[in-house]
Design a protein around this ligand. Structure first.
Ligand code: PXL
Length: 285
């Protein structure tokens, strides 16, 4: 059985169905031991709420990592999401260098932007620091906006395959090994995921729902990590994550009072089934 110990580093938004409140249940449901390192504690996430609290936990990180090293604790993957500060990115790099097993994977979701804009607490200094982390990624999971900030390529609402190829190449040039670019849409009614493994591209197109929901990037990256660490290949993990996000969005739409995140919890059983079936099929190949 592929039972892995995964560390995920991202914030706790106490309310808002994103970051750790999404990653922990999804990785656990995928069948992994899930260790967490909170990057910050916020009363809510920063998208659509005002007046949220924010406590940066960067200063705790070196001592936490030192304790893990003393105990000989190591992780088979470290998956990062929303981080709390520029200085924290150096701590995260240090944790990756010291607390990953020899073949441990670095999975980076550069959660910092969407719809052409940086999230409210970030600036270009943060983007520059994030580039350093992305350069080390075995798997880099940006959306199109984040890919543009990371590469300096102009953000466009509509584009063709040549534009996406340019983005993928520039993300590899940064240093990332496998790139999984989400929200790649060549037609108004369709969106999809572009996967590039050593420059070999594959595209998984899927339906696009009219309403966009907060937190779907975190649900996506968590489901991708969960499936990948079960031994599935990057394309299959990317496909499962996309299908899972879609059913979570479908489960949420229609509830006008639920706008801050997706109702992913009732769908966890389906994610478990998707991973189990994909593993069975892979065993038959
Ligand atoms: O879902 C990404 C995310 C995570 N954490 C915090 C956020 C956001 C997006 O706005 O504000 C705190």
């Amino acid at each position: 059985m592929a039972y892995k110990r995964i560390l995920t580093i991202q914030d706790i938004s106490c309310v808002g169905q994103c970051s750790l409140t999404v990653a922990l249940p999804i990785l656990s449901a995928s069948g992994h031991e899930t260790a967490i390192l909170p990057s910050a504690v916020l009363s809510t996430h920063t998208g659509g709420f005002t007046g949220f609290t924010f406590r940066d936990l960067s200063a705790d990180m070196p001592a936490i990592n030192a304790h893990w090293q003393k105990e000989g604790l190591q992780f088979e993957a470290i998956y990062t999401g929303y981080l709390g500060s520029v200085s924290q990115i150096d701590y995260v790099l240090e944790i990756m260098n010291t607390s990953l097993t020899e073949k441990g994977l670095r999975i980076v979701d550069p959660a910092m932007a969407d719809n052409g804009k940086l999230y409210s607490l970030f600036d270009m200094t943060y983007v520059e620091a994030m580039k350093k982390l992305c350069a080390t990624a075995d798997y880099l999971l940006p959306n199109v906006t984040e890919a543009c900030f990371l590469t300096g390529i102009e953000y466009r609402e509509t584009y063709d395959e040549a534009y996406i190829n340019q983005l993928m190449t520039a993300l590899h040039d940064l240093g990332a090994k496998t790139v999984v670019l989400t929200g790649v849409s060549f037609h108004p009614e369709q969106t999809g995921v572009m996967i590039s493994e050593q420059g070999v591209l594959s595209y998984y197109p899927h339906r696009r729902l009219s309403q966009s929901c907060h937190g779907t990037g975190d649900v996506y990256a968590s489901a991708f990590t969960g499936a990948l660490m079960k031994g599935l290949d990057a394309y299959t993990a990317a496909k499962i994550a996309a299908d899972f996000v879609l059913i979570c969005m479908e489960n949420t739409r229609g509830d006008a009072n639920h706008t801050y995140g997706v109702k992913f919890e009732p769908m966890l059983g389906t994610l478990m089934d998707m991973i189990r079936i994909a593993r069975k099929m892979a065993a038959r190949d």
